[in-house]
Design a protein around this ligand. Structure first.
Ligand code: SAH
Ligand code: SF4
Ligand code: F3S
Length: 419
């Protein structure tokens, strides 16, 4: 039986595309292998958002190239758009390159041809049960000055609402319990019925027991009234991930983020008006020209909003982006110091947020079921939850349960199932 390895770096888009490729290969009779040894096909789905992610992918390519012939390697995703020559130098000219700008249909068609597998029937859904990831917007044209995604992923296009609604309906009918809607700047979604909120409202009216969530909204393209409408929907998870990037207006401007701290505060305030909702964010420290005052403004903003979670990144120079040509690069040592200062603040806030849940109970979607009675899921407000089923109840993946919380850490909540 032919075997394959799929190695995935990067964001939810790559996870979705890799899951689709995996499903297609399995349907065609391929078996997933744990090692590169004698494998028939290696698929490497790459990310270029930071240097570290990029280097990991190239290093795995090097490893794969020593184990199998280049003609059995597929190098896809963002680094495949940006650095094809390097991939060929490492693996040899025979390596198959599928750029990150290719949509899922093209990716599947190309892998199908390379793997010489028979056309599979149309697959719905393409995701990891019980979460169905659904693309709303492909590519990105927001051009934040630090970001490589617009170059790597290409033009922005909205997927037809008809397709989205059909995928959502099929997913729910197949037993999927969470719809995760994707777009690098998802507020750019548009269709004949309006924008993102109108589409989410249409999804909300579908029959069935499910939650939905979306990534990533962009503060410059999200209106306060839209946040308020979102928060009225029945199936929405009680959680907004709203990337801030910096708390300094000067830096936000040079990042080309197109909003001020005051605009951000207005949106965040709408989310915070309901204490059941959580608010998380992304922050970059050490953007070119970031002064101590700019950094302090970011720390102050993080404290003020008491984010429930922060994905903290050190600025990484991406060749070809406007920021990489900016003067006043922050020394790596300063970036490291600022990162560790803010990391401590962020960790304290996460702990505080989770500790505040002790003694209460939360609705949880089961994501993995442990053999020993330890089960893992996510709460409706987006927290990790580990719980015991008291050894007598069984909660399969995809079930909704209620968990009484008796402990909270930086990473999440712990408790006992009470349903
Ligand atoms: N489209 C999403 C996220 C894209 S990338 C958004 O706009 O929010 C995910 C995160 O990686 C970004 O939010 C940003 O915080 C971080 N990031 C992107 N480019 C980076 C760079 N050059 N250096 C460090 N972090 C970066
Ligand atoms: Fe990058 Fe900005 Fe687009 Fe997000 S919105 S992917 S940060 S350019
Ligand atoms: Fe990385 Fe490309 Fe996603 S750069 S974050 S894999 S869009």
């Amino acid at each position: 039986m032919p075997t394959f390895v799929v190695k995935t770096f990067g964001c939810q888009f790559n996870e979705l595309y890799s899951a689709s490729v995996t499903e297609m290969l399995e349907r065609a009779g391929y078996e997933q292998s744990r090692t590169l040894d004698r494998v028939s096909l290696v698929v490497i789905n790459t990310c270029a958002v930071r240097e570290k992610a990029q280097e990991k992918a190239f290093s795995f390519l090097g490893e794969a190239a020593t184990a199998v012939d280049a003609s059995r390697i597929v190098f896809m995703g963002c680094s495949a758009t940006l650095d094809q020559e390097r991939a060929k130098r490492i693996a040899g000219h025979e390596v198959h390159i599928i750029p990150g700008s290719a949509g899922i249909e093209e990716v599947l068609a190309r892998v199908q041809a390379i793997a010489a597998c028979a056309p599979a029937e149309p697959m719905v859904p393409h995701s990891l049960f019980p979460t169905a990831d659904i693309e709303l917007v492909r590519g990105c044209e927001s051009y934040c000055t630090y970001c490589i995604v617009p170059r790597a992923r290409g033009r922005e296009t909205a997927v037809d609402a008809e397709v989205v609604l059909r995928q959502a309906k099929d997913s729910i009918q197949h037993g999927f319990r969470e719809l995760l809607l994707l777009g690098q700047n998802i507020n750019r979604y548009h269709w004949s019925g309006g924008g993102l909120i109108e589409l989410l409202s249409a999804l909300d009216r579908l029959d069935g027991e499910f939650w939905f969530w979306f990534l990533s909204p962009h503060p410059a393209y999200f209106q306060r009234a839209e946040v308020q409408r979102l928060m009225q929907l029945e199936h929405v998870e009680h959680h907004v991930h709203l990337p801030l990037q910096s708390g300094s207006d000067g830096i936000l401007k040079r990042m080309n983020r197109r909003y001020s701290m005051a605009d951000y505060d207005a949106l965040a305030g709408a989310v915070r008006s309901d204490s059941r909702w959580t608010l998380t964010t992304d922050i970059i420290v050490g953007f070119p020209g970031e002064t101590d005052e700019d950094f302090e403004a970011t720390v102050a903003a993080v404290r003020r909003h008491q984010f429930d979670g922060v994905f903290l990144a050190k600025y990484s120079d991406r060749p070809g982006t406007p920021a990489s040509a900016m003067p006043d690069k922050v020394p790596q040592k300063t970036i490291d110091e600022r990162h560790s200062v803010l990391l401590q603040v962020v960790r304290d806030l996460s702990l505080q947020s989770n500790a505040a849940m002790i003694g209460g109970s939360v609705d949880v979607l089961v994501l993995t079921a442990g053999a020993s009675g330890d089960t893992f899921g996510k709460s409706r407000d987006g927290r990790n939850v580990w719980f015991e089923d008291q050894g007598r109840l069984s909660h399969p993946v995809g079930s909704f349960v209620r968990v009484d919380i008796n402990h909270g850490s930086r990473e999440g909540l712990y408790g006992i199932c009470s349903t």
